[in-house]
Design a binder for this molecule. Structure first.
Ligand code: NAD
Length: 492
């Protein structure tokens, strides 16, 4: 019968035990229908292992476990205890950080250095959430001496959480951290192409002593496992990260089943703007980081680059040179900045957009080709002279693919930047505080980075304007998604 763990050899030669079952009620188990699916290494196109696939029955078991755990000690205990469990988990993640980063690179294809960065953010974020656990306080509201009124925050219940493949472990932490700290329990579905790091982390959840049923991890596919979560009547809250199309579908499913509270972190086509007065060297570094970091598979990637006319040619030249000097390839090789795209499907989609860009009349500055014929590698790609009516300008490509457009004035670039269905993030590069604040205040974006990019901190909320999402993750604001206010009014 299907093994519940498998010994995997990492490219470094080191071996580790990869859990392969579903994590339900504190244990790794087989799927009730004995379903499994294959996990591929996108850098070699070879199989890594098989993992158990959750179907509706398995999701039901996970929800039952989470429901029981919610109604027993987890939602009722001193919140400081929940904080301590999260700190234990963060310590275990830290002790296993090298293995976790290697798993992430193996499974997703991202450069090892990027994966190491992700794991660092995960550890920080869980510690941040642990700190909030016993600080989610209520208030006394004075309405005159005949009444005593207080308001308090309560957890919501069992949370369904569905995450994508671009930051598997980081998205896991953004989901479970605030949910657990606030006293909820979770049933989390990983993306079908990247289930491994969350299963390894589930082993650490066990070791951290987190009571059984508080965290349940169900690997599986969107249309089966994902649907079972988004339509489940006992799940009271749904948190989703992924594409805008799936987000809309999930919101309808959540409404039709039991009007679950929904938060969505969706796609983007974020502007990254360089003004004439910018520190050009630094701006170019941020353009590179904006679009080529994590192989461009970043929801807030600075994929629409706007350059002011006075420095247009110079910035394009430097951007091109820097892109051509990036080391692309085996994610485990020293100095590699950009690894593989996560799947054949993504590679094909990106190369399709290269053809679209050419046929739409944009200028291919660099890249636009697959690299080698094994593994899903693509050269960092830049198109210039891109016009707003082109598909490559408006659609999310989700790869190392920048489109560059020239602009004259701040007002013109604000209009161009805001002319998008998305509004996740934006970058501004200027040495003028007036320009920086004027443009930042007028951009429709959940995050604005000035003279930096893709720069996250646990304390800063992240989420989208417009069709980039609903609700915020990280920061104090994340707890708004995982608590509900109760108002108690006592006539004295
Ligand atoms: P996707 O929407 O296809 O999949 C995301 C997750 O949803 C996966 O776990 C998938 O299995 C699941 N899913 C798919 N169909 C489902 C359904 N019918 N019911 C329930 N679950 C379902 O997206 P993707 O292509 O895998 O991920 C890339 C997208 O995610 C990009 O558009 C990107 O911008 C977005 N993203 C956004 C953020 C953010 O924070 N805003 C972060 C990462 C990725």
């Amino acid at each position: 019968s299907f093994p519940l763990s498998q010994t995997i050899t990492l490219p470094s030669g080191q071996t580790y035990e990869q859990p392969t079952g579903l994590f339900i009620n504190g244990e790794f188990v087989r799927s009730t229908q004995h379903k499994t699916f294959e996990v591929l290494n996108p850098s070699t196109e070879e199989e890594i292992c098989h993992v158990a696939e959750a179907r509706e029955e398995d999701v039901n078991l996970a929800v039952e476990a989470a429901y029981k755990a919610f109604h027993s000690e987890w939602s009722q205990c001193d919140p400081a205890i929940r904080g301590k469990y999260l700190l234990n988990l963060a310590d275990l993640l830290e002790a296993n950080k090298e293995t976790l980063a290697a798993i992430e690179s193996l499974d997703n294809g991202k450069a090892l250095a990027s994966a190491q960065g992700d794991v660092g953010l995960v550890i920080n974020y869980l510690r941040y959430c642990a700190g909030w656990a016993d600080k989610l306080t209520g208030k006394v509201i004075d309405t005159g001496s005949n009444y005593f009124n207080y308001i308090k925050r309560e957890p919501i219940g069992v949370c369904g959480q569905i995450i994508p493949w671009n930051f598997p472990l980081l998205m896991w932490s953004w989901k479970i951290g605030p949910a657990l700290a606030a006293g909820n329990t979770v049933v989390l579905k990983t993306a079908e192409s990247t289930p491994l790091s969350a299963l390894y982390a589930a082993k650490l959840v066990q070791e951290a002593g987190i009571p059984k049923g508080v965290v349940n991890i169900v690997s599986g596919f969107g249309k089966i496992t994902g649907e079972a979560i988004s339509t489940h009547p006992k799940i009271k809250k749904l948190a989703f990260t992924g594409s805008t199309a799936t987000g809309k579908h999930i919101m309808k499913a959540a409404a039709d089943s039991n009007l679950k509270k929904v938060t969505l972190e969706l796609g983007g086509k974020s502007p990254n703007i360089v003004f004439n007065d910018a520190d050009i060297k630094k701006a170019v570094q941020n353009l590179i980081l904006g679009i080529f970091y994590n192989s461009g598979e970043v929801c807030c990637a600075g994929s629409r680059v706007f350059i002011q006319e006075g420095v247009y040619d110079q910035v394009i030249e430097e951007f091109k040179n820097a892109a051509e000097h990036l080391k692309v390839g085996n994610p485990f090789e020293e100095g590699v900045f950009q690894g593989a795209q996560t799947s054949q499907q993504q590679l094909t989609k990106i190369l399709g957009y290269v053809e679209k860009g050419k046929s739409e009349g944009a200028t291919l500055v660099t890249g636009g080709e697959r690299l080698g014929n094994k593994g899903y590698f693509i050269k960092p790609t830049i198109f210039a002279d891109v016009k707003p009516d082109m598909h490559i300008y408006s659609e999310e490509i989700f790869g190392p693919f920048a489109v560059v457009t020239k602009f004259k004035t701040a007002d013109e670039v604000i209009e161009l930047a805001n002319d998008s269905e998305y509004g996740l993030a934006a970058g501004i590069h200027t040495t003028s505080i007036d320009t920086a604040t004027y443009v930042a205040n007028n951009l429709e974006a959940g995050t604005v980075w000035i003279n930096t990019y893709n720069d996250f901190h646990s304390g800063m909320p992240f989420g989208g304007f417009k069709q980039s999402g609903i609700g915020r993750e990280m920061g104090e604001q994340a707890f708004e998604n995982y608590t509900q206010w109760k108002a108690v009014r006592i006539a004295i």
